[in-house]
Write a protein that binds this ligand. Structure first.
Ligand code: NAG
Ligand code: NAG
Ligand code: NAG
Ligand code: NAG
Ligand code: NAG
Ligand code: NAG
Ligand code: NAG
Ligand code: NAG
Ligand code: NAG
Length: 398
């Protein structure tokens, strides 16, 4: 009954040898680059801490809530990032990878899942991403802004193929990690916070608890926009009222994107990638533009009950819930698809084709609603995308 978000069959039987390998920083000849620059611009990645004025409802001790945002910025002054300025950096910190692996659903065979997890960790450590170190932070200050929300307990790391692709087309993407909910949040000073007992309790409560987590996330989104308005995120000092802002996300992050658009008038539109709608967006009519990509079991009911506002719903053939993460590309790069990374996670779709589809649909949507580029892309099936099923489109009633 929890098809889209609960993976608490955490398998943490990491053996000593694998931990040692995890700590081994040797640059082997086997490194692979997670290619995510689909557009013309190289991308610069920076993480910042956002200190909020809100009491942290998830922290184990009484404290104000602090978040970490990762900003993916197009190096838009110059389309080339010279080779010496292209830093290949680790895909994610080892402790984050380890914590994230614990989120994957077990295949129902706990001994085999444990084997898969322990084999995956050293493999994932071979994955790198490109960071253009030469860009001028203020150069992209006028770009439209996309907020990104990860799935329940996930982090920004596992959506690099999606967020970096958007940045490479000229969007500044701010991906939010939700402290004490995410499996592991790394602060700029190197300290790490893990999922708190309060979060686990909320998840166990089911729909109501998840909706509470979504409300906390939505307040986090507002805090991030407040911090941006106050000039606390370097390079994004200009007021948000001068910016075009939308939000997208996967799973609970997708529902949160729509919830944030509903609650915050600074956010113009949202995209939900395969996320069950919780709380307010499920209970209220969403009037702001909404692109739905995927097919969670309750979406037919949702669509039928939300018959106002601009909406398009599409489904990509041969995908699974985790297709909307980096797993398909990573599985192909490491030759682990259908093996240590099962098809039940990645689907059978070609990973580059999948990247191209997600990038095209999200770009068209944001170009339309943030840059005002008129399009009829969403009103029916597209000849270039026979593998994308057009399910429904509706216009606002007036
Ligand atoms: C680290 O990697 C090197 C080269 O692959 C290997 O020789 C060494 O044994 C590894 N160390 C550990 C602790 O795994
Ligand atoms: C090691 O790192 C460098 C630079 O970070 C990278 O270019 C290279 O592909 C990596 N692998 C090897 C074998 O040097
Ligand atoms: C937090 O609240 C205090 C008092 O209300 C205010 O002075 C301060 O500017 C706020 N800080 C931030 C970062 O919003
Ligand atoms: C862009 O960068 C390249 C490499 O540094 C340089 O040769 C070129 O002149 C730059 N172009 C512009 C328009 O600044
Ligand atoms: C579980 O995995 C183990 C190891 O891969 C395998 O030997 C066993 O047959 C599997 N059991 C089931 C029920 O699939
Ligand atoms: C990417 O490069 C910039 C500029 O050198 C640097 O400030 C930033 O920390 C790098 N990002 C990561 C994730 O290493
Ligand atoms: C969270 O990180 C802070 C440092 O930023 C650390 O002081 C604190 O102990 C961590 N909390 C937990 C529960 O690990
Ligand atoms: C969404 O609302 C419907 C009623 O319209 C309800 O049956 C369903 O449980 C709700 N979904 C969630 C995830 O709360
Ligand atoms: C996509 O799936 C639909 C429904 O199963 C099918 O009708 C269509 O032919 C598929 N498209 C491609 C290109 O396989």
């Amino acid at each position: 009954m929890w098809p889209h978000f609960v993976f608490l069959a955490a398998v943490l039987l990491l053996l000593q040898t694998q931990l040692a390998a995890a700590a081994n920083q040797t640059n082997t000849t086997n490194d692979v680059l997670l290619t995510s620059q689909l557009g013309p611009y190289p991308v610069t990645i920076n993480s910042y801490e956002v200190k909020t004025n809100r009491t942290d409802p998830l922290a184990p001790t009484h404290q104000l809530r602090n978040l970490v945002v990762t900003v993916y910025r197009p190096a838009s002054k110059n389309l080339t990032c010279p080779t010496q300025d292209q830093d290949r950096i680790p895909y994610a910190r080892p402790e984050v990878l380890k914590a994230l692996l614990g989120l994957l659903p077990s295949s129902g065979n706990s001994s085999s899942a444990a084997n898969e997890d322990t084999a995956l960790l050293p493999a994932l450590e071979r994955v790198q991403i490109a960071n253009c170190t030469a860009s001028d932070l203020s150069a992209s200050s006028k770009n439209p802004i996309l907020l990104f929300g990860p799935g329940l307990r996930a982090t920004h790391d596992v959506y690099t193929t999606i967020t970096m692709a958007s940045a490479s087309f000229g969007y500044t993407v701010i991906a939010i990690d939700h402290t004490y909910e995410s499996a592991a949040v790394v602060f700029p000073d190197g300290s790490v916070n893990y999922t708190s007992p309060t979060t686990f309790k909320l998840i166990q409560e089911g729909h109501k608890g998840i909706a509470t987590i979504q409300d906390i996330r939505t307040a986090d989104v507002a805090s991030v926009l407040d911090a941006m308005e106050k000039g606390q995120i370097p390079g994004l000092e200009r007021g948000t009222n001068e910016k075009q802002i939308a939000m997208y996300g996967h799973s609970l992050g997708g529902s949160t994107a729509t919830n944030a658009a509903l609650m915050d008038n600074r956010i113009k539109a949202s995209i939900n990638l395969d996320g069950t709608f919780f709380g307010a967006p499920n209970e209220t009519i969403v009037h702001k533009p909404l692109l739905m990509v995927g097919y969670p079991t309750d979406w037919p009911n949702f669509y039928a009950n939300h018959d106002d506002g601009w909406k398009t719903w599409v489904q990509i053939n041969n995908t699974e819930h985790y297709s909307y993460t980096d797993l398909p590309l990573i599985a192909d790069l490491l030759n682990l698809r259908g093996k240590a990374i099962p098809l039940s996670l990645t689907g059978t779709i070609n990973s580059q084709r999948l990247q191209a589809i997600i990038s095209s649909y999200t770009n068209h949507f944001f170009d339309f609603f943030l840059r005002g580029e008129k399009t009829n892309f969403f009103q029916g099936p597209r000849a270039n995308y026979p593998d994308v099923q057009f399910i429904a489109h509706s216009q606002p009633k007036d």
